[in-house]
Design a protein. Structure first.
Length: 134
């Protein structure tokens, strides 16, 4: 008999790429990388959206971001010079064939909507928000 295994997945799992500490990626901060705990993705996304919503008046285009679900998302974990666990979240609307192996950067002219920011998992604070696109 075949045993059926139910695995809980969010609808947007296909749009999530977590770069593990040992994965080579074009992330140019010279620092100690760490793997992002998969069970923290929902918390990271929630902190990011809350921060974006609270800061939308100072970031043009941010008022249109009310969920991470429509975006392809890349997560990179690292420790800052004070030893804090920081997550870099890079989100973009259009599929890129290399999105699971390289950080996708906005190109000029910007034709897609994207945003990125940093989340300090220790303090649960976000910083460095950049919003791009139409």
């Amino acid at each position: 008999k075949n045993k059926q295994i139910n695995v809980e997945r969010s609808p947007s799992d296909a749009k999530v790429k977590v770069f593990q500490a040992e994965e080579s990626v074009n992330f140019f901060l010279l620092t100690e990388r760490h793997s992002v705990p998969l069970d923290k993705i929902q918390t990271i996304d929630s902190l990011a959206i809350d921060f974006i919503q609270r800061n939308k008046t100072s970031h043009p285009g941010a008022d249109e971001i009310d969920s991470v679900a429509p975006y392809f998302r890349q997560y990179i974990g690292y420790r800052d010079r004070n030893g804090h666990n920081i997550i870099y979240l890079n989100a973009f609307s259009d599929y890129h064939s290399n999105w699971t192996t390289e950080l996708v950067r906005p190109t000029s002219p910007i034709s897609q909507r994207s945003f990125n920011l940093y989340i300090n998992l220790d303090s649960r604070e976000c910083f460095g928000l950049h919003v791009n696109g139409n």
